[in-house]
Design a protein around this ligand. Structure first.
Ligand code: NAX
Length: 329
């Protein structure tokens, strides 16, 4: 079998990191061939073409074909998976409304092009920021494609949270589970440790034994560190997260396609779970079953968690209302 994968912004940094992981089989495994479509704007075509030449030089056995284009219909033609990475960054003096409008001009037409050209079962992952609301705009413009096929990446936030948690407890990161992100991929996101496990066992006691005052640690250390990790990377590295973002994108799509063993996090369309208004693309604890994300239901939500989830969801509502008033959804 061959899977057709469209990557927008493929000439950019995250695109460059993603392409080689996909070609090496990290996304779909060692037996699935891939056909890549790199969709760029004219200014990015040279970088995408250069990446395509390097892909050729990688002599990847799984890579059947690479096409570079600035035409959305060609770019999404037959796409089974669409990774929407290219977005308009916030420029100097740009207000949030300007940013949402500029991205609406990208994600609206791309949603329509996906509906018109992609494979019937297309799965879309939005990485470009503001990811949740860009996914909402794309979904609203994709007539006939179920909103459940549009997701926003919050896996990088979860990976960051699991890594920080593991470091605090002095355990291997792979043993940390059930640490979902709620809400928006922004500084209001809520990494929720209240259900966290280590090696399958509840970790609350071990955490309290190490940090003492858990609420203070959450407030002053853990939550700000995770929510502001992107800014920390920029400060230390001199440029935004790239390889970790590409890696999280691989994790998200791989789990979506192949299924999860336990919980993870993804921005998915709400059906009203946990009081999140229906239709918003919000991050939830999710499982992937039979190729579909399912929100983990029935969790107990404490008072502090409720307040934090509500604050992040309120931001998503504001973004939705802003794009609605701009006529983008
Ligand atoms: P770059 O600026 O390196 O690359 C973006 C690329 O997108 C450029 O090559 C540009 O030409 C292209 N592009 C712009 N408009 C396009 C359009 N309409 N169609 C196709 N291509 C288009 O940014 P990079 O570092 O790769 O980051 C990409 C996006 O990921 C940004 O929006 C960034 O904010 C977002 N991120 C999201 C993360 C997440 O967890 N959801 C984390 C990492 C990252 O910050």
């Amino acid at each position: 079998m061959t899977t057709t994968i469209t990557i927008t912004g493929a000439g950019g940094q995250i695109g460059y990191a993603l392409l080689f992981r996909i070609a090496a089989g990290d996304l779909l495994g060692p037996d699935e061939k891939v056909r890549l479509r790199l969709l760029e704007i004219p200014q990015g075509i040279g970088a995408a073409e250069g990446a395509a030449l390097e892909l050729q030089d990688g002599a990847f056995g799984l890579l059947e074909h690479v096409e570079v284009t600035d035409d959305a219909a060609t770019g999404f033609d037959g796409a089974d998976l669409a990774l929407l990475v290219g977005a308009r960054p916030r420029g100097p003096g740009m207000e949030r409304g300007d940013l949402l409008a500029a991205n609406g001009g990208i994600f609206g037409p791309q949603g329509a092009a996906i509906a018109a050209n992609a494979a019937p079962g297309v799965r879309v992952t939005v990485v470009g920021n503001p990811a949740n609301t860009n996914a909402l705009i794309a979904a609203a413009s994709a007539d006939g494609v179920p909103a459940e096929r549009f997701t926003a990446l919050t896996r990088l936030d979860e990976n960051r949270a699991r890594a920080q948690f593991a470091q605090t407890l002095g355990v291997p990161v792979a043993t940390v589970g059930r640490l979902p992100i709620w809400g928006n991929h922004s500084a209001t996101q809520f990494p929720d440790v209240s259900h966290a496990t280590v090696a399958g066992e509840p970790a609350a006691e071990a955490l309290a034994a190490i940090v003492g005052d858990v609420p203070a640690w959450l407030d002053e250390t853990f939550i700000p560190r995770v929510a502001k990790r992107g800014a920390e990377i920029i400060r230390v590295r001199g440029s935004s997260s790239v390889a970790s973002a590409a890696s999280a994108t691989i994790d998200h799509v791989r789990d979506w396609v192949r299924g999860t063993e336990d919980w993870t996090s993804a921005g998915v369309v709400s059906h009203g779970e946990y009081g999140v208004p229906a239709g918003l693309i919000s991050s939830f604890p999710v499982r992937a079953v039979d190729g579909e994300w399912r929100v983990v239901e029935g969790l107990e939500i404490g008072e502090d968690a409720r307040r934090r989830i509500d604050a992040s969801v309120a931001e998503l509502v504001e973004e939705r209302d802003a794009v609605r008033s701009l006529g983008l959804i």
